[in-house]
Design a binder for this molecule. Structure first.
Ligand code: SF4
Ligand code: SF4
Ligand code: FES
Length: 261
């Protein structure tokens, strides 16, 4: 069983410096490293990257490091297209998807840390199990009136164009948790507050005309911690790499609860 806690009184220390073979067009990349199997402090390793032979995004740089310089560097990635959400990390102080972040937008050195305020499994890999449990709690699936549905011989659930349009700005969410981990309310109350990613997903099902559990969904969210810990600070919206607006979705849930009364 992996122990997901840092050594007592740990602090981030200076790590190794990996020199490039050539001195052509070098960019320095500083990366957070922590290995739970060693009882060491976390450290920042520095890599000299030859930009001419590297792809355009920060994820390309991490892959280059792993392939050519240091195979022990650990991070998540899958699609490399901004659609799986797995390469979320903190780059130069902003939570974002590494596969979408162009290296040439970063004028000085590149600094890469894991998503903030989460337990770390290793290096840039956060432990998302609690966040996924919260996501599961909102029942992120279509709930039909089963009896009626079967009586109608399981016919297709039709939506008008207008009804379908109500799901825009929520279906695009890739569950990267960049928003949730940039939310101060989630940092302090993440054990009870659901956070912007999960609440945006909740709104996606609340607004689905085919779903028959809208009332139940709203009632289960009417809670001073689960929903009302959002104080409209808006960090979530400014950090979303998909350009979504979780703060607006949360305000929409609060409004729907008021209108139901
Ligand atoms: S608007 Fe709400 S969810 Fe978004 S950062 Fe602020 S408190 Fe968190
Ligand atoms: S709302 Fe944006 S930042 Fe939040 S999980 Fe979805 S895609 Fe990521
Ligand atoms: S690798 Fe899939 S979103 Fe970045």
């Amino acid at each position: 069983m992996v122990e997901l806690s840092l050594p007592q009184n740990s602090k981030v220390v200076k790590g190794k410096h990996y020199k490039a073979e050539n001195n052509n067009n070098i960019k320095l990349m500083h990366v957070y490293r922590w290995d739970p199997d060693k009882n060491d402090n976390p450290r920042i390793d520095t890599y000299e990257l030859e930009i001419n032979s590297c792809g355009p995004k920060v994820l390309d740089a991490l892959i280059k490091i792993k392939n050519e310089i240091d195979t022990t560097l650990t991070f998540r990635r899958s699609c490399r297209e901004g659609v799986c959400g797995s390469c979320a990390m903190n780059i130069n102080g902003i939570n974002t998807l590494a596969c979408l972040k162009p290296i040439n937008e970063i004028k000085k050195d590149i600094w890469v840390y894991p998503l903030p305020h989460m337990k770390i499994i290793k290096d840039l890999v956060p432990d998302l199990s609690e966040a996924y449990k919260q996501f599961e709690s909102i029942k992120p699936w279509l709930q039909l009136d089963e009896e009626k549905h079967q009586k109608n011989n399981n016919v297709e659930q039709i939506q008008s164009k207008e009804e379908r349009a109500k799901l825009d700005e929520s279906w695009e969410c890739v569950m990267c948790f960049c928003c949730t981990t940039s939310c101060p309310s989630y940092w302090w109350n993440g054990d009870q507050y659901l956070g912007p990613a999960t609440l945006l997903q909740a709104s996606r099902w609340i607004n689905d005309s085919r779903d028959k559990k809208r009332e139940d969904r709203l009632m289960s969210l009417e809670d001073s911690f689960k929903l009302y810990r959002c104080h409209s600070i808006m960090n979530c919206t400014s950090s979303c790499p998909k350009g979504l607006n979780p703060a607006k979705a949360i305000a929409g849930i609060k409004k729907a609860i008021v209108q139901k009364k």
